[in-house]
Design a protein. Structure first.
Length: 298
């Protein structure tokens, strides 16, 4: 695939394939908050993020080295820096700090706003303008998700809200730039080189953080660390960027409207959090909004 922006692939098969990959990314991301909560049982917040990024970078580096992938052109490194700062460092760090005082249900508010914010960033960055119907459906879906997540968390604001809203902005920027770069290089290479670019910072951060924060290894802690490193950071971003390159950044971003609902389901199954009877209603409403966004043009 070539070009300077993540334009949707032509043909129904390309659209279906891109949508499937983006959905896989959403499923992987939906496990991030519960896995982070597990990881915090063993690691401090700074240690968890630094070790997570280091392990993900080593995985990515292994693939890049084995396949002898050439180093990206100099013009792409500014975009890779945005991806690294947004989705490799910024979002994981800010949400991990927030989860020390917030439940995963409350943190899902961030994900509820992320599709709309990503679509707005994409409209500015790539020049693609979604239709009015797209924006109406996106706003409706975001409103449903936010109302559901706030009700699930008791309607109160936590001390981690500033971290959560900061995470929202940097992640939307990273998604948009990564989706654009996935139009000129394979999505997994976008992820891989962004991780490699952050590796010196991650290794330094891990060495410093591990010397100050205690480590108490548990099964949950190790599994949580493994998933956020290999599942969310590498595999999730890989399929997500490939999906965005195929169906477009704005359209792919709206699939994330389902992510908070999935996160809340995982929170019940994995963390034992209580889920209100409103969950099925919210899930149906979100799926309707997703269906509308996927059928609208730009």
């Amino acid at each position: 695939m070539s070009g300077t922006s993540a334009a949707p692939a032509s043909g129904a098969s390309g659209t279906r394939g891109g949508t499937f990959l983006a959905v896989l990314g959403v499923v992987a991301f939906s496990l991030t908050f519960p896995s982070t909560a597990w990881g915090l049982e063993s690691f401090g917040p700074w240690s968890l993020v630094a070790v997570r990024s280091t392990l993900a970078a080593l995985i990515a580096g292994g693939f890049l080295l084995a396949l002898r992938v050439p180093v990206p052109a100099r013009r792409h490194w500014s975009g890779l820096a945005v991806v690294g700062g947004g989705v490799v460092v910024g979002f994981p760090l800010l949400t991990t700090l927030a989860l020390e005082t917030s439940t995963t249900s409350h943190a899902a508010v961030v994900v509820g706003l992320l599709p709309l914010t990503t679509a707005a960033f994409a409209a500015v960055r790539t020049g693609r303008r979604p239709s009015r119907a797209f924006w109406l459906a996106a706003l409706a879906g975001a409103a449903v998700v936010i109302a559901f997540a706030v009700r699930q968390s008791g309607g109160t604001l936590s001390s981690g809200d500033l971290c959560l809203f900061g995470a929202l902005l940097v992640c939307a920027a990273g998604y948009t730039e990564g989706g654009r770069l996935a139009g000129v290089m394979p999505g997994w290479q976008v992820v891989g080189w962004a991780l490699i670019g952050c590796l010196p910072l991650a290794v330094t951060g891990a060495a410093v953080a591990l010397s100050f924060e205690p480590v108490r290894l548990t099964a949950h802690g190790v599994i949580g660390l493994g998933w956020v490193a290999a599942g969310s950071t590498f595999f999730g971003l890989y399929v997500w960027y490939r999906g965005m390159a195929s169906i477009g950044i704005a359209r792919a971003s709206q699939l994330q409207l389902a992510q908070p609902v999935l996160t809340l389901v995982w929170s019940v199954l994995l963390l034992g959090e209580h889920l209100t009877p409103a969950a099925p209603v919210a899930a149906v409403a979100v799926l309707v909004c997703i269906a509308v966004t996927q059928r609208t043009g730009t």
